[in-house]
Write a protein that binds this ligand. Structure first.
Ligand code: PMP
Length: 282
């Protein structure tokens, strides 16, 4: 597999980054994950826009124009013959002598790699639905910035697996914030309910697309907080992300949701999302 590191395309086992890179030492870095379907990028402009915002919130510039970033994404897809999966992009503040204060004039680090996931669109999990558990949300307060500080979500997903579940939703002040790596939704009486945007959650690119598609399909959407009890009493639940698309949730903390199988609205939204993403990918 070829990866991209600071201007070069190199075999993954020859890629090098500095031990002084602030992404490594301070999690002083942001990232994006873009889905790939039929060798094309899903919603790339929206990912680039969120990247620019994450960087600007941390006083970092875009290291190159969006068109150049797109060209690197496409080059990696071609070199690795990627058909289905995702591309990971990370931008760090760069390498500098270890100091908490942001360094001046460090050269930003830019790393990209691909992950092939054959059968991602036709995932068996989507036909079965996933089981989730809930955990307190102990992340920092700026979850709208897509930083690489993923230790707590990583602990959460590991704990979920240890309990025999697939993933975890995080709960703060009695309300669900989001999943470890996805946005969380419930459906009650044909209304889709998902937490409103703010600093408490990542502004998912898939979330924005799915809510637009839901409205186009005449479904009602309420952007507001919901409790775990409300979720357990819902007709359906699901999550969204660039790598899971729309994924039905069939169990929350051991309680079956609806009939315990993927709900009709989640299933329909997954179909619409995949169809539109294939049509609009670049
Ligand atoms: N919330 C969190 C915490 C995430 O890590 C992700 C995926 N990176 C999402 C939501 C979903 O965002 P997107 O649809 O842009 O992949």
């Amino acid at each position: 597999r070829t990866v991209y590191v600071n201007g070069d395309y190199v075999p993954e086992d020859q890629a090098k980054i500095s031990v002084f890179d602030r992404g490594f030492l301070f999690a002083d870095a942001v990232y994006e994950v873009t889905g790939v379907l039929e060798g094309k990028l899903v919603d790339f402009p929206a990912h680039a826009a969120r990247l620019a915002r994450s960087l600007s919130e941390l006083d970092m510039p875009m290291p190159m124009p969006e068109a150049d970033l797109l060209a690197i994404h496409r080059e990696l897809v071609t070199r690795n013959g990627l058909e289905e999966g995702m591309i990971y992009l990370q931008i760090t503040r760069g390498a500098a002598d270890r100091d908490f204060v942001f360094p001046k004039g460090a050269e930003q680090g830019v790393v990209l790699f691909t992950q092939s996931v054959p059968g991602l669109a036709d995932a068996p999990a989507a036909r079965r639905g996933i089981r989730i558990v809930t955990l307190p949300d102990r992340r920092w307060g700026r979850r709208d910035i897509k930083t690489v500080q993923l230790l707590y979500p990583s602990m959460g997903k590991t704990a979920a697996k240890a309990q025999g579940a697939d993933d975890a939703w995080m709960v703060e002040d009695g309300h669900v914030t989001e999943g470890t790596s996805n946005n969380a939704y419930i459906v009650k009486d044909r209304t889709i309910i998902t937490r409103h945007l703010g600093e408490e959650i990542l502004h998912g690119i898939t979330r924005a697309a799915v809510l637009r598609m839901a409205e186009e399909a005449q479904l009602k959407v309420e952007e507001r907080p919901f409790t775990v009890a409300e979720a357990q009493a819902a007709d359906e639940a699901f999550v969204t992300s660039a790598s899971a698309f729309v994924m039905p949730v069939v169990e929350i903390d051991g309680t079956r949701i609806g009939s315990g199988t993927p709900g009709p609205i989640a299933t329909r939204l997954r179909e619409i999302y995949l169809e539109e993403s294939r049509a609009n990918a670049i």
